[in-house]
Structures are given as structure tokens and as C-alpha cells.
Design a protein around this ligand. Structure first.
Ligand SMILES: NC(=O)C1=CN([C@@H]2O[C@H](COP(=O)(O)OP(=O)(O)OC[C@H]3O[C@@H](n4cnc5c(N)ncnc54)[C@H](O)[C@@H]3O)[C@@H](O)[C@H]2O)C=CC1
Ligand SMILES: O=C(O)CCC(=O)C(=O)O
Length: 425
């Protein structure tokens, strides 16, 4: 389905419509060829797969999965796989689009893709998840490959799931192909630093935006929505940098302590299967209340569309760093621009994950491994360099916000690749 017709059937806060609106806003400054711009509103292809899975009780459940390949002008498609009940073809399309702008912005030789399966991981056993993952991999295996499309983790997927994907793909090809997927366990060709890379990047970018604003991160108060892979690593590393993490949440709610949370205890509790609701210390507040706390930095690190016209006037943070994909709607962006609240956009703030995925893929391709300090140094160089480029574009083009500056860079890079390849005679 063409992106424009998907968008016209949905209300204004859907991720796909937001992504298209973000592109439109940047085109005013990027001024790429109108024909190419029109092309870039549409994904190249999306595959929908049906996944029959034998459940532990002997019944068969049929799951639906997608892989959307948005653009490949700059290189193989790249992007994570999400397991979540709210996955839709439209959401996967928006996420694949965001991957396209993200890889271009941080100048990786990739295009953008995203996959997802509609499922509730909490209600499935490990065996059921493995069978579903193998089915999904079989379903999409003709469109992925180390030089074609390289999946990675996203919400509710992890190194174990990546190992199953790698194994299933390799079985069909007849030999081991670790570089078909990134975010693998270390003993299967994963790289040191990938698990924490997205959270580390979020922390690095938060420090960078504080330097840019000439503010001190030391003792700055931080609220983080989402305490999964990205949120919990961002929290730990920000505390290491001297910041004061005062609130974190998961899907059940948030814990808040204005003097700073005991992260060690929260991590141990959640690693043992506990939820925020069940955590015994600190004040329990809702996810909505977390977004409205009077803090220096708000880091949405869970789902899309959480800062909207409904709550943006109550968001009191001085800076927003988008660790999740698509947490702010375009109308909320307008209000934040009006109030001069800096928003570091997702395609920059959470790019640490795909940068280290690239480093994993490079190591696999070269059959050579790097140390953690080499990986982290390369991540920091790329990410902070991209931040500087975005700030430079913001001032040079006088864009309304950092997001538009980031998109201006990304759109131009992707459009140049299309032009050079002669895709538009
Ligand atoms: N894992 C990665 O490397 C990357 C992830 N991201 C984005 O970061 C975000 C989080 O991803 P992960 O940490 O990997 O996922 P995860 O599955 O490890 O953790 C997600 C967290 O969000 C919470 N959550 C789920 N639904 C929620 C809701 N409706 N309201 C509040 N909290 C909710 C969960 O309880 C959990 O704490 C997603 O938007 C993802 O697309 C972006 C770049 C890379
Ligand atoms: O590591 C990757 O390849 C992609 C991670 C991802 O899905 C994202 O950045 O949203």
C-alpha cells in the first residue's frame, strides 16, 4: 500500500503520518529533487508472513509478521525486529523509514528496514518464542542476507533471538553466516558493546547536548520512560556520568524519588522478573505522570506517540532526548518549538545501536574482532560527530528544531545516492 494512502486513512498521531510530516517539514530546507522526494515517501517493499506455531499445550497459533524494506540506495537494508502486540504494517513502515534517515544521518553504508511480529512475549515460553522466530526467519529469509538486509534487536528481541535467526538462515544456506544479523551473543560473532550501545549512545548524546547548552550534567535530574534494554543502560551510564536519575518506568508504571533512585536495587529487582508496580521502594506513579515531572531531562525509551498534543503543555522537562523511535508527534513538536524546548531526535539520539551493529557486521565480514574500548571509541566518534553536524545544519539552515536539521542532512544524503545511481532518469 502506498505510504500516502496509508497515511490518509489514519488519525494525525500515527507514527507513519508523523514520519511523513517530519520529511515534509525538512524538505523545505533540504530542497531535494521533488521526484526523488516523492519516491522517498514510499517503502520499496513490505512482506507480510503468516506463522503457524505449535504451542506447548499442543494447539497451533497463527502469528502475523512483517518485514518492511524502505530504502536501499545507500547500501543493504538495516533495522531491528520487534515482537509486540501493537505491531502493524503501518508502524513497521514508519520504523523502516526512520531507519533509512538514521543510517543516512550517521553516515553508515546502509539503507533502512524494520520487522515485527504481533505477539505477547510475556505469555510465551522460550520454546514457543524460538519456534515462532524460526518460522518468521523462514518467512523472510528470501529477502534478508549479509549484503541484502541485516536484521537486529528491537523491542522484546535480544541476542538469543538473533542467534535463532542466524541459525535458521544458516541452515537453509548450508553454512554459518553470522553477518546476516547483528546483536548476536558474543560467542556467535556478536561484538562487545552492542547490548548497551543504544543506551550508551543516549547517555553520550545527553552529555553532548548539555555541553552544547553550556549546562552541567552533574546532578541534573533525569526521568526515563522504559526500563528495558535501552532505558536501563541509559540510566546506568548517565548515573556514571554524575547525573541523578529520579524516575524510571516499565509498562506497569513508574518509580520516582526526587533525591535519586537506587538503580542497583531496581536493576536487580527487574532482572529477577519484578515490575515497577511490585517494586517496594520509592513513590509509585503512572507513566503519564512520569512524562510530566519537573526534571532537567526527559528520556522516552519505550513506545511511539507518548508526547502528544494531549500532554505536551504539561511536559516540564528542559530537554528531551528521544531514545524510543517516534515518541513525539508532529503537533507536539510544534508546541515544543514554540516553547524553545530542545528535542534531540530519535534518529540521532538512539543511533548508537545501529552504529555498533555496523561495527559488528564489519568485524564479521572481515573475520576480525575488536575490543570493547575500540568499539566504544568508534561509537563516540561517529555519534558525537553526527551531533556536531546536526547542530551546524540547525544554525546554517536556520531550521526550527534539531529534528528538521537532522532530516535535512539525511534527506540530502539519501537523495544524492538516488541521483548518483541514476534511479530517476
Ligand atoms: N534495542 C535497540 O538497540 C534499539 C531500540 N530502540 C528503541 O528504543 C525503545 C525501547 O527498546 P528496547 O529497550 O530495546 O525494548 P525492551 O523491550 O528491552 O524494553 C521496552 C521497555 O518499555 C516498557 N514499555 C513497553 N510498553 C510500554 C508502554 N506502553 N508504556 C511505558 N512503557 C512501556 C517495557 O516494560 C520495557 O521496560 C523502542 O522504541 C525501540 O524501537 C531504538 C534503537 C535501537
Ligand atoms: O542495530 C540495528 O541494526 C538497528 C536497531 C534498530 O532497530 C533501531 O535503531 O531502531
Amino acid at each position: 500500500m502506498p505510504a500516502a494512502s496509508i497515511a490518509s486513512t489514519m488519525d494525525e498521531t500515527t507514527p507513519l503520518e508523523n514520519m511523513l510530516a517530519q520529511m515534509e517539514r525538512a524538505q523545505e530546507y533540504a530542497q531535494v529533487d521533488p521526484g526523488i522526494f516523492e519516491r522517498l515517501k514510499y517503502p520499496e517493499r513490505t512482506l507480510k508472513v503468516t506463522l503457524p506455531v505449535r504451542m506447548d499445550d499442543g494447539s497451533v497459533e497463527v502469528f502475523t509478521g512483517y518485514r518492511c524494506q524502505f530504502d536501499s540506495a545507500r547500501g543493504p537494508y538495516k533495522g531491528g525486529i520487534r515482537y509486540h502486540p501493537s505491531v502493524t504494517m503501518e508502524e513497521v513502515t514508519a520504523l523502516a523509514g526512520w531507519m533509512t534517515w538514521k543510517t543516512a544521518l550517521v553516515d553508515l553504508p546502509y539503507g533502512g528496514a524494520k520487522g515485527g511480529v504481533i505477539c505477547e512475549v510475556k505469555e510465551m515460553s522460550t520454546d514457543e518464542l524460538r519456534r515462532m522466530t524460526r518460522r518468521y526467519t523462514e518467512g523472510i529469509r528470501r529477502m534478508i542476507g549479509p549484503h541484502m538486509d541485516v536484521p537486529a534487536p528491537d523491542m522484546n528481541t535480544n541476542p538469543e533471538v538473533m542467534a535463532w535467526i542466524m541459525d535458521t538462515y544458516s541452515m537453509y544456506e548450508g553454512y554459518s553466516i553470522p553477518q546476516v544479523v547483528t546483536g548476536k551473543p558474543l560467542s556467535l560473532g556478536g561484538t562487545p558493546g552492542r547490548v548497551e550501545a543504544t543506551g550508551r549512545g543516549v547517555a553520550m548524546i545527553t552529555r553532548k547536548v548539555f555541553d552544547y547548552l553550556e549546562e552541567d550534567l552533574h546532578e541534573a535530574t533525569i526521568a526515563i520512560q522504559g526500563f528495558g534494554n535501552v532505558g536501563n543502560w541509559a540510566a546506568r551510564l548517565l548515573v556514571e556520568m554524575g547525573a541523578n536519575v529520579v524516575a524510571v518506568s516499565d509498562v506497569t508504571g513508574a518509580r520516582y524519588d526526587p533525591d535519586g533512585l537506587d538503580l542497583g536495587s531496581l536493576l536487580a529487582f527487574s532482572e529477577g522478573g519484578g515490575t515497577m508496580e511490585g517494586y517496594p521502594d520509592a513513590e509509585f506513579i503512572s507513566n503519564e505522570a512520569l512524562l510530566e515531572l519537573d526534571v532537567d531531562v526527559l528520556i522516552p525509551a519505550a513506545v511511539a506517540d507518548v508526547i502528544t498534543t494531549d500532554n505536551v503543555d504539561d511536559v516540564r522537562a528542559s530537554v528531551i532526548v528521544e531514545a524510543a523511535n517516534g515518541p513525539t508527534t508532529t503537533s507536539a513538536d510544534d508546541a515544543l518549538i514554540e516553547r524553545d524546548v530542545p528535542v534531540v531526535p530519535d534518529i540521532l539520539a538512539n543511533a548508537g545501536g545501529v552504529i555498533v551493529s555496523y561495527l559488528e557486521w564489519v568485524q564479521n565480514t572481515q573475520e576480525y574482532s575488536w575490543t570493547l574500548s575500540q568499539v566504544n571509541a568508534d561509537l563516540e566518534r561517529r555519534l558525537t560527530g553526527s551531533f556536531d553536524e546536526v547542530v551546524d545544519a540547525y544554525h546554517r539552515h536556520e531550521t526550527p528544531d534539531l529534528r528538521t536539521a537532522a532530516y535535512t542532512i539525511a534527506l540530502r544524503r539519501v537523495a544524492t545516492a538516488h541521483e548518483l545511481r541514476g534511479l530517476f532518469p
